[in-house]
Design a binder for this molecule. Sequence first.
Ligand code: GDP
Length: 594
Amino acid sequence: MTTEASTTRTIEIPRVLSVKELGDLMGVSPVEVIKELMKNGVMAAINQVIDFDTAAIVASDLGFEAVEAPATEQAAVAAEPASTRQVIEEDAAKLQPRSPVVTIMGHVDHGKTSLLDAIRETKVTAGEAGGITQHIGAYQVHVEDHEITFLDTPGHEAFTAMRARGAQVTDVAVLVVAADDGVMPQTREAIDHAKAAGVPIVVAMNKMDLETANPDRVKKELSDNGVVIEEWGGDTPLVPVSARTKEGLQELLENIIVVSDVLELKADPDRPAIGIVVEAALSKTRGPLATVLVKTGTLRVGDNVVVGETQGRVKAMQNESGKRIKSAGPSAPAEILGLQAVPRAGETLQVAPDEKTARATVIERIREREAAAMHQQQRVTLDTLYGEISAGKLRELNIILKTDVQGSIEPIRTSLERLSNEQVKVKIIHTGSGSITESDLMLAVASKGIIIAFNTGTEGGADRLAASEKVDVRHYSVIYNIVEDVDKALKGMLEPTFREVVTAHAEVRQVFKVSRRNSIAGAFVRDGTITRTDQARVLRNGAQVGAGRLASLKRFQEDVREVATNFECGLQVEGFDSFEPGDIVECFRIERET
Ligand code: GDP
């Protein structure tokens, strides 16, 4: 039961804690905490972990002022960003230029793998005498006095899946377009995915050795799809290449350098490393292996590390030439040995001061994940859109639009974009005809967008992902309805509304004092049914004298869930104890209007 906190007490709450721990901190029962959480729309079990923001709301509801507890030594590592979605705090004075990380994207069979192989062959093995090229998930090439790191898994699917996990490793996207085939559906997807991530594009117009190559057509189709090349006054370089004859490769690399120079990529090589897993596997002979791309800092053999939800000590590292290395600095890939379990691609690696801290951090991470899972419903949805806009949290509504036929895209796009207002911009980040794919869903997660489907369905597998990732997917068969719904959502008219439903009236007949500050009303239910979870107003001669949730509901000393019309009961109202015979207790509950 709530204790009347007349003076506000301040409590220190850690970044994440369990429901029970929060109750202990405030000296209230976990049930009380669970009730407060429910009031705020969060369903939580006693051992469930909640984050500081949620805990602070509950604390304040219960009369406490919450301040964030200073990070203890144990949590020192966890205080680092758990994902690169958050900005890594760096000491500006120590920053040094770092080399770019590149992902190759494009339509199937346009030559992504051939291009990666061609670059590797001409550049990697040449520099490493006696080295045998290993596939570790990424490799670095030297171009004059620069280096470039290529991710070895081509395609926008892997790129966006990583983003959806909060890891953006790619600095520059190389868009491969076969000169004999032009812009194809996956080329378009790749363009949209790169743009949604804000990653600059360098076009590699491949297969220039073919007679059928048609560069002008490629350039025009690119421009039709929003990629305007430098030659045409835009800012995207286009380099004609052939993965087969190796023509143009050097120029392609030089253009990547130029584009990345503009980005002024920097990192601090002297700090403990933070990296992203780009590939991981279990080796029968060597145990878990993970290729990590160092984002900042330097990773060294002997470092205690936390990777995703596992930990370990770096026993050995090797580079893409199979050479043992002792350290890996910013933008360098390294295959590491010594983790306790196989991490997932996209997970973050952080160096910990010692093993104990590493272990504590893993526990913290697991708890954070559980806490974050509770917030999943906070993904952008049309229902909650207005609230986010009003709170100033959302300035753009990202929409992925899938339609049955190509012809429907433009009219819908134009009508939706027209709905943009001063507060929020409606942005169609990707369109396509056909069913909703996993790649569309990942893009929605990564870009915090919603999916609008017009006369089209969802591909097998994608609907499961939609449910588990809680992406708002809306199906329509009338264009007008799409526009109307989005318009209403923007104006807050789609916001769910709540109404009060009166459940019962009870008349107080007797008052029993149970302690100095607590009394129970013996009442008779005149109409309706009182439920234990109801809220109540106490009315005296028609005027309200008190209100609160029911604190107890009893029949003959027994706690009960309900009491129906014409029955006697004992009840207490939270925060109110001055009942008088003749008072009317009006019970009600709040329901969401559908
Ligand atoms: P991906 O699906 O984009 O990875 O494409 P691949 O690299 O597997 O290449 C698809 C096909 O195109 C293969 O048969 C390659 O040999 C061929 N190919 C790739 N690059 C070139 C090129 O520059 N010229 C020619 N003529 N064929 C190429």
